[in-house]
Write a protein that binds this ligand. Structure first.
Ligand SMILES: Nc1ncnc2c1ncn2[C@@H]1O[C@H](COP(=O)(O)OP(=O)(O)OP(=O)(O)O)[C@@H](O)[C@H]1O
Ligand SMILES: [Mg+2]
Length: 735
């Protein structure tokens, strides 16, 4: 046990060994919050103060939960069964687990499927169609947002209020959607939390059971909990209904609150202190992650925010290297530089997985990916299209879902005619009509369907029945393998031109199931909690794209800044640091928005251990348009002494005034209109400059990359089209 504490500083030890009371650890990035939380669990268990059974720990991602379990297994002596019995997971994961255990009390079928975002959208589209509602007037995406936002506030349709006709109508649709989900026995993400919350608040014996069981509730990244999550914690910790023993240990950093756009409330930290009468607020100020320059930059940046609880970080690691700033002519040029540097780092011995390329929006990854691919550098994109979101994988999962729950209309619609089995839209409409009239699921309505439609749909039903019968008592990976054959998916993709990769993904699904069973076995879930099949389906819906096929390979990591929260890397590149991109243009109008972007930048900077690169480009092709960009104001907010410009000197690295005044840039302008930014192209040319070429005639420079002998410019020659020209060869003259 003393081993556990030996490596911690006095404040950390104090936090780990606090008596069981509500406590808040308020501390900056890299100060060891997550480490303290994990160590506290190990300490509670190994000193006999708590059994693993009595611990509930909430992490922000599934990946973090797994890491925590792995660490705990290493910290705890074997007699504690390698952390068995512990409940560690995300809010969604834990609620899902509770709902499955008590599905009857929660009015859900035993194997209720979880609708992910895409499923939810298609369920809403189906609803609107059935009700004959114009989806131009009520766009499904907006409706989904409306519904989820209400659920996240804990508001059911019956309690929702609307003061105008349009909102009233949306509330009615919300109610219809609730009814449809209930009929089909499915739950969307937000429903998991709300349903679990309602279950606990309604069912007193159950609530008392869990309140008595979980004496220790520990929450990481507390600053990002939303209103309903906070209420859920309050229920479990028995704050409204006093329950002896339950103590909540929350760790967080107000400066890293980055989910306000999804309803997270930093205010929960203050509410927590007040409502739980927290007497122990511990601050950790020593940072163990980053070198001084990186930390100074983070501290300087965040000081521009007004709304802070206030704290500072220091390190005794020394200043380290300066922060490198690179200005690219174009996004391509930026990507070139980033990939070249990453390769150099790898050559010098940095493991690829210790290099992270971060960006503000997913769309920015494409050009980086392209460069990495061309250079033959292994890379992994996190949070892109999740493995479980790929078309072929979703098809296979839909068959699985129908085996488990035939009333799952979303799954039914997805595969009733995939692979094609002659069920045309007319047959399908007849079926939908019948289901609507009988108020039943599509599957049930299929039996009574007459004519040709009846035959075709009947065959499909028989296929599902057969699959169900044939997979009784068969292991999960074998079930999947069998259905891939039997459903015709394999044959279908074999015949498709680009089907090979899809088949590989289907095979990977079988492996994923095998791995899933192993992991379940290794960690925590006890088999009584439901059959493997529905547990796997839940896993597929909840898994937030944190792992991908080929996970074992050492690769450079690409992700959004949001996805990087809580992680650390030896070298970090923050790319696309341009006004309008980061800070994002939507945020510029309000102070709160800008402050949230700044916290996001703070998160990004503090991911780096040894080396930090800030990169931006003067032009960027995004969503099909060339943008002329100014460097992000966040670069200017950093002390110049910490920065070192790198790369081509030709780029005017003026981290000066234009953006300090809050000017919004990154606008889409015509080439000729980009007067203020006037980014420079190599060879004395400017972007936006009129030029003449002997063969193509008059043109305008729209983009540039490379330098010296490699410098190239892209010129719009009007009718002659766009051309990339090497300046060393093309005889361009300025006009
Ligand atoms: N006392 C210590 N001695 C040595 N290393 C430490 C100590 N405390 C924490 N660390 C290391 O510092 C790094 C950051 O710790 P950790 O991830 O727990 O910080 P955090 O506060 O959770 O950061 P974030 O806010 O980014 O989530 C980790 O590599 C951790 O192992
Ligand atoms: Mg952490």
């Amino acid at each position: 046990m003393s081993d556990l504490l030996a490596q911690l500083n006095p404040q950390q030890v104090a936090a780990v060994t606090l008596p069981p009371q509500h406590a808040l650890i308020l501390a900056g990035a890299g100060s060891g919050k997550t480490r303290v939380l994990t160590t506290r669990i190990a300490w509670l268990i190994s000193t006999g103060q708590a059994s693993p059974h009595a611990v509930l720990a909430v992490t922000f991602t599934n990946k973090a939960a797994k890491e925590m379990l792995t660490r705990l297994s290493a910290m705890l002596p074997l007699q504690f069964g390698a952390a068995r019995g512990l409940w560690v997971g995300t809010f969604h994961g834990l609620c899902n687990r509770m709902l499955r255990l008590h599905h009857r009390e929660a009015a859900l079928p035993a194997a209720f499927p979880i609708l992910d975002m895409a499923d939810q959208l298609s369920a809403i589209k189906r609803l609107l169609k059935n009700l004959g509602v114009d989806d131009e007037k009520f766009p499904p995406r907006e409706l989904a947002y409306f519904i989820n936002a209400h659920k996240e506030q804990g508001i059911r349709a019956a309690q929702a209020e609307g003061y105008d006709d349009y909102t009233q109508r949306r509330i009615e649709l919300y109610a219809e959607y609730e009814a449809q989900c209930q009929r089909e026995g499915v739950a969307d993400f937000a429903e998991l939390l709300l349903r679990c919350y309602e279950l606990l608040s309604r069912n007193e014996p159950l609530r008392r059971h869990y309140q008595a069981r979980f004496c220790h509730i520990l929450v990481d990244e507390f600053q990002d909990t939303n209103a309903l999550q906070y209420r859920w914690l309050k229920l479990l910790a028995g704050v409204d209904v006093p329950a002896p023993g339950a103590s909540l240990f929350a760790v967080g950093d107000d400066d890293q609150s980055i989910y306000a756009f999804r309803g997270a409330e930093v205010g929960n930290m203050r509410a927590f202190e007040r409502e739980f009468r927290v007497e122990n607020v511990i601050r950790l100020e020593q940072n163990y992650r980053s070198f001084g320059n990186i930390l100074d930059a983070a501290n300087a940046l965040i000081q521009h925010n007004q709304a802070r609880l206030g704290k500072n970080l220091w390190t005794d690691a020394g200043a380290g290297e300066p922060i490198r700033v690179f200005a690219g002519f174009s996004d391509l040029d930026e990507a070139h530089y980033v990939v070249d540097e990453a390769r150099a780092l790898i050559r010098e011995g940095t493991p690829p997985r210790q290099i992270a390329l971060l960006y503000r929006s997913n769309a920015q990854s494409r050009v980086l990916e392209h460069q990495l691919f061309t250079a033959g550098v292994p890379y992994r994109v996190h949070g892109g299209l999740r493995f479980f979101d790929r078309q072929e994988v979703k098809h296979a999962l839909a068959y699985l879902r129908l085996i488990v729950n035939p009333d799952d209309d979303t799954a039914f619609v997805r595969v009733v005619n995939f692979p094609a089995r002659g069920i045309g839209s007319r047959s399908f409409e007849a079926l939908q009509g019948a289901a609507h009239r009988a108020n039943s699921s599509l599957y049930n309505a299929a039996a009574g369907l007459p004519g040709k439609a009846g035959v075709a749909v009947g065959n499909f039903i028989r296929l599902i029945e057969a699959l169900r019968a044939e997979t009784q008592g068969v292991s999960l990976p074998e079930v999947i393998e069998h259905l891939i054959e039997r459903s015709g998916l394999r044959a279908h993709y074999l015949g498709e031109k680009e089907g090979r990769e899809r088949l590989e993904n289907l095979d990977e699904l079988v492996s994923a199931a095998t791995r899933f069973l192993q992991e379940e076995d290794d960690t925590l879930v006890n088999p009584a909690e439901g059959d493997a099949l529905s547990a796997f389906l839940a896993h597929a819906s909840l898994e937030a794209g944190e792992h991908q096929a080929g996970e074992g390979q050492d690769a450079v990591q690409l992700m959004t800044v949001h996805a990087a929260k809580g992680l650390e890397f030896d070298a970090v590149f923050i790319t696309g640091l341009e006004q309008g991109l980061f800070p994002h243009e939507n945020s510029e109008l309000e102070r709160d928005g800008l402050e949230e972007e700044r916290r996001l930048m703070y998160v990004a900077i503090t991911r780096a251990r040894q080396r930090l690169y800030l990169t931006h480009a003067q032009t960027r092709l995004l969503h099909g348009q060339t943008r002329y960009c100014l460097p992000s104001r966040f670069i200017e907010e950093l002390p110049e002494a910490l920065l070192q410009p790198v790369g081509h000197a030709a780029a005017p690295a003026t981290y000066g005034n234009p953006y300090a005044s809050g000017a919004s840039a990154g606008r889409q302008e015509s080439a000729g209109g980009a007067e203020r930014a006037a980014p420079e192209a190599p060879g004395g040319f400017r972007i936006g400059q009129n030029v003449h070429h002997a063969k193509f005639g008059a043109g305008v420079i729209v983009s540039a990359e490379g330098h010296g002998a490699d410098a190239r410019v892209q010129v719009n020659f009007g009718k002659q089209g766009m051309k990339w020209l090497a300046l060393a060869y093309a005889k361009l003259t300025a006009v």
